[in-house]
Design a protein around this ligand. Structure first.
Ligand code: NDP
Ligand code: MG
Length: 389
């Protein structure tokens, strides 16, 4: 039996991970499940999968979770420290699927103790890529990408090193507003931005797909994880989202990864690695599909992409600032305090304000430095928004 920990079990990735694990319960022992505010779902998951430990990030909800799980044998804990402690427990396979910078500590803690990490939390690599990769190198931890594009690149590489790669192409859907007239974007509502043409995902990443902040994060993620140069990475709109990424090798060969838009593919691939096993995902019918279309993203519609280029050229702690500013901008958009197109403006202004801070260009090589810059950028972004209201 393999012991499994899932950080962010109550989210979209967490639920899909448990769906796969629940299909072969005799093979897995669920050691840790963590959630945030969805206490009812966390308790239900812990009961169904007989979890050894259930942790909510929300300390004020400890009693509620404890009551729901009394008499079940599941240990209960709450708070950010409890999440860090849970990540320290040895397990065979850990899924990092908390949304946002809060996912960094469990990712880093798992990697430091040398465990296999299935990494959905892209913020870990955007904020602290060099630190995470260096820690994995010294502990011998294996990181398996779960973001569908990065799982696709990993599969296309087929064991070849990044030195044999000329270019990688990450595909994008274009998000909810890909066909909207540009002058309507400023007034786009939260509900309109929360729909995705192909994938069913958490609300935050769905809105990030509409702005392409998600794709911007993914370019940085690809650079940090695989070690590509910024100018080797392209983004192409692939409306059908059947191709998830392409790799062009130095002999001119292009390998593409095709599959139905279902996160259980990338999750299952990481779960079964190095084997490939049956997965209950839809098979693509190419004839029914008829065609695959490609288009370059318009930089004016998606300013997030140029900001990602700036971050990759700057390096240092700029990734932590970029992510923090994006999170704050997204919070304010969801709360109805700023408009859709204001989000990119907030991120650009925060990057510019924080670039004057000492330490901005220094390496992201310690958790303290990253968390400090993350905090400073969050305060800066919040102040910038308040000043313009
Ligand atoms: P969701 O919003 O659906 O779920 C997020 C999870 O994190 C929930 O379990 C939530 O708990 C928990 N959580 C939220 N805030 C905190 C916090 N401060 N501390 C601890 N736990 C917290 O997100 P997704 O599943 O969509 O995404 C998870 C990660 O995977 C993100 O980094 C995303 O970018 C990445 N990803 C997601 C994909 C997808 O298809 N969904 C695809 C590729 C990458 P609760 O709900 O109980 O409050
Ligand atoms: Mg993705």
């Amino acid at each position: 039996m393999r012991s499994i920990a899932i950080f962010g079990a109550t989210g979209s990735i967490g639920v899909n991970t448990l769906d796969l694990i629940g299909r072969a319960p005799q093979e897995y022992q669920v050691a840790v499940l963590t959630g945030g505010r969805n206490i009812a779902l966390l308790a239900e998951q812990a009961k169904t999968h007989r979890a050894a430990l259930a942790v909510t990030a929300d300390e004020s909800r400890y009693d509620e979770l404890k009551d729901l799980l009394s008499g079940t044998g599941t240990e209960v804990a709450a708070g950010a420290e409890a999440i860090r402690d849970a990540a320290q427990r040895p397990n065979d396979w850990t899924m990092s699927a908390i949304v946002g910078a809060a996912g960094l500590v469990p990712s880093l803690t798992t990697v430091a103790r040398g465990g296999a990490l299935a990494l959905a939390n892209k913020e870990s690599l955007v904020c602290a890529g060099p630190l995470l990769m260096k820690t994995a190198e010294s502990s011998g931890a294996e990181i398996l990408p779960v973001d569908s594009e990065h799982s696709a690149i990993f599969q296309c590489l087929g064991g070849h090193t990044s030195e044999t790669v000329e270019r990688v192409t990450i595909t994008a859907s274009g998000g909810a507003f890909r066909d909207w007239p540009m002058d309507k974007l400023a007034s786009a509502s939260v509900a309109e931005a929360s729909t995705h043409p192909n994938f069913a995902m958490g609300q935050r990443i769905t809105i990030d797909s509409a702005t392409m902040f998600n794709k911007a994060m993914e370019i940085i993620e690809a650079k940090e994880f695989f070690g590509f140069e910024a100018d080797q990475i392209d983004v192409v709109i692939q409306r059908e989202q059947i191709i998830h990424a392409l790799v062009t090798f130095n002999d001119g060969a292009m390998m593409a990864h095709l599959g139905a838009p279902d996160m259980r593919h990338a999750i299952g691939f990481a779960l079964h690695w190095p084997e490939r096993r049956f997965l209950p995902v839809e098979r693509v019918d190419l004839v029914k599909l008829g065609q695959l279309t490609f288009a370059a993203p318009d930089p004016a519609r998606y300013p997030a992409l140029a900001l990602a280029d700036e971050v990759m050229k700057t390096g240092g702690l700029s990734g932590a600032v970029f992510n923090a500013a994006k999170e704050i901008a997204l919070d304010h958009f969801i709360a109805g305090k700023i408009g859709f197109t204001d989000m990119a403006r907030v991120v650009a202004a925060t990057l510019s304000a924080c670039s004057r801070e000492s330490g901005y260009g220094t390496a992201a090589d310690s958790l303290e430095k990253v968390l400090q810059m993350n905090h400073f950028a969050r305060v800066t972004a919040t102040e910038l928004i308040a000043r313009h209201q």
